[in-house]
Design a protein around this ligand. Structure first.
Ligand SMILES: Nc1ncnc2c1ncn2[C@@H]1O[C@H](COP(=O)(O)OP(=O)(O)O)[C@@H](O)[C@H]1O
Ligand SMILES: [Mg+2]
Length: 579
């Protein structure tokens, strides 16, 4: 068809009066439109070719006054003021209604400049919507990723190209309270309209619970097993047993690299784990797997068996010519063993070191993976994993291990049978910090996420990073993102980071980031035709994240503090679980 842009005389602003390589000036003839014209709005300028329109951004709006005397001979003659309105625009690209065999194409850059007297139209309303949505024009209306409306004309819906948005990692960035969580809920809501959505949300504060409850729930709920879940068989409580961790992940938690015996400790530890995994495979009759498994393969073994082997090393005497001598490993593993035992006994690490018998079964992992990545009738494709009870020092291990596990499963899956999935990393600065600041455990987690950021696209795994402190988030991850939703951002350092991520032509847009209102965002990337300011949709009332900002002043006047609740909180603090 190729008639996405249809202009009427009402949209006509005026004619081109000045053209040079940098700017085009248009004299406004339609003064009714003058008060609607804003810097940053889009206009279309006719060219000599029928199917081509130049698309330009308004840089400047001016009204020139001219004062003239009615009668120059008469010294006290009346003075007349007249005004002419001009806009200065810069061309950003060309819209082709027909381009070879393609319809409705927008290309950056300019081939032909307009002539003087060419007509200029304002792009608003349906035209704006059609133009901006060229990328997603073939998608059914109810399946589009509509995230809001354009600030330059809120009657035009802002739709992102869902393929491009999720394909190559994206980031939602903005100061605290700017509307990031609502934005994520909004995107999840839209994604839930698809039949087999596959999104896993790392929910740091348990604020997305609302999406998993009630009759209009759109997501499955999981939580990392806290101290209170270890004995109950709560189906939603996720365990990440130690045998899922690879050698490096385990060692990053247990090994003290400054210990002079660290190399010995690491080598005995590795050797024993390998032999215990081998024993499991033999017992399970997995002859094929036996041939090629490695120490990093996720195969169950018992921690008590491992401890026994390590303790044997640590105490065994050697055999000399004249009777027993000091053993080769004797006393060298003592400190390592005690570090390991401390971890095992620590209930906050229960989800890792205190798995139930069921979790130790060979098939448990496959069942878990099916629940997280597979499809079961009646189950939702969006999974919210609540990390709110995970202590902050363990957070990187848990997020990193889970992300790696999911990635590895996808990696080893038959290429034709993979369904792509996205990891939503809420509060990413907490576990994806910039490298120099990271400790051993964080580095390991970071390594896992950075690998996904770099290679995930090939296997259909992407990251949606959400953070209030972009300056503290791994540069490797942010620089791999192709799309950014930037909400209000006031901190200079954070603004600087965004600035570096934007193409040169957009660097100036940084300056209005502090001026955005809650729920307003600058969206940049290949999922949208042009970088645009967008008023984000609110999620449905029932789906709103429970981060609801407290009204201190009102609450101080209305809510009596509850002493019983304080008592319960103290006990919960002791139990390390909210009960
Ligand atoms: N799109 C929006 N429209 C209107 N109000 C919003 C919008 N997004 C957020 N808000 C308001 O801002 C508050 C904080 O939003 P939230 O998403 O929790 O911020 P963040 O996650 O960035 O800290 C919400 O409780 C809500 O009142
Ligand atoms: Mg939030």
């Amino acid at each position: 068809m190729g008639n996405l842009l249809v202009f009427s005389e009402n949209d006509m602003l005026g004619h081109v009066t000045h053209v040079d390589t940098e700017q085009i000036i248009i004299e406004i003839e339609n003064s009714n439109l003058m008060n609607k014209i804003c810097v940053g709005n889009l206009v279309a300028i006719e060219t000599s070719k029928q199917h081509e329109n130049l698309i330009a951004l308004i840089d400047k709006v001016t009204r020139k006054y001219m004062e003239t005397y009615m009668d120059e001979d008469n010294e006290i003659g009346e003075m007349m003021a007249s005004s002419t309105d001009y806009i200065k625009v810069s061309v950003i690209g060309t819209y082709y209604s027909v381009y070879g065999s393609v319809h409705d194409l927008f290309k950056r850059g300019v081939e032909t400049f307009p002539q003087i007297e060419s007509k200029c139209y304002e792009i608003i309303g349906q035209n704006l919507q059609n133009f901006m949505n060229i990328l997603g024009k073939d998608i059914d209306t109810d399946k589009r990723l509509k995230i809001g409306s354009f600030m330059m004309d809120t009657s035009a819906e802002a739709v992102l190209d869902g393929n491009k948005f999720f394909q190559r990692h994206a980031a939602v960035l903005g100061s605290t309270g700017s509307g990031k969580s609502w934005c994520v809920a909004n995107i999840l809501e839209k994604a839930s309209k698809l039949k087999y959505t596959n999104i896993i949300v790392f929910d740091m504060h348990g604020e997305y619970k609302s999406l998993t409850e009630g009759t209009d729930a759109i997501a499955q709920s999981f939580k990392i097993a806290g101290p209170g879940d270890l004995e109950t068989s709560n189906d939603d409580a996720l365990f990440l047993p130690y045998w899922l961790l690879n050698r490096e992940e385990l060692l990053s938690m247990i090994l003290d690299r400054s210990d002079s015996n660290a190399p010995n400790q690491a080598s005995r530890f590795t050797l024993h784990i390998r032999s215990l995994k081998e024993a499991t495979l033999t017992r399970e009759g997995k002859t094929d797997t036996l041939k090629t498994f490695t120490v990093d393969s996720p195969i169950p073994f018992l921690m008590t068996d491992l401890l026994e082997l390590l303790k044997d090393d640590d105490t065994r005497k050697g055999m000399g010519k004249n009777g027993p001598i000091k053993g080769e490993w004797e006393g060298k593993l003592t400190r390592f063993i005690s570090r390991l035992e401390t971890k095992i006994a620590d209930k906050t690490y229960g989800f890792m070191f205190q798995p139930t018998d069921e979790i130790q079964m060979y098939n448990w992992l496959a069942n878990l993976a099916c629940r997280l990545l597979g499809y079961q009738s009646g189950q939702k494709g969006i999974k919210i994993i609540d990390f709110s009870e995970v202590p902050s020092d363990v957070l990187p291990v848990v997020t990193g291990t889970l992300a790696r596990l999911l990635y590895d499963i996808q990696f080893w899956m038959n290429e034709q049978k993979r369904t792509p999935f996205t990891l939503v990393c809420d509060e990413a600065h907490l576990y994806l910090p910039i490298k120099e600041d990271a400790d051993a455990v964080q580095k390991q987690a970071l390594y896992n996420f950075e690998r996904i950021a770099k290679e995930g696209r090939k296997y259909g795994v992407s990251i949606l990073a959400v953070s209030q402190r972009p300056a503290d988030v791994s540069k490797t991850i942010l620089s791999q993102c192709n799309n950014f939703v930037v909400l209000r951002l006031t901190n200079e350092r954070d603004k600087g980071v965004i600035k570096n991520l934007l193409p040169d032509s957009l660097k100036s847009t940084i300056e209005f980031l502090p001026l955005l209102d809650v729920g307003e965002a600058l969206v940049v990337g290949d999922a949208i035709l042009l970088p645009s300011k967008i008023v984000l949709d609110k999620p449905l009332e029932t789906h709103r994240p429970i981060s609801a900002t407290k009204d201190f002043w009102d609450e101080w006047d209305n809510n009596e503090p509850d002493n019983d609740a304080i008592n319960e909180a103290i006990e919960a603090l002791r139990k390390q679980c909210r009960g």
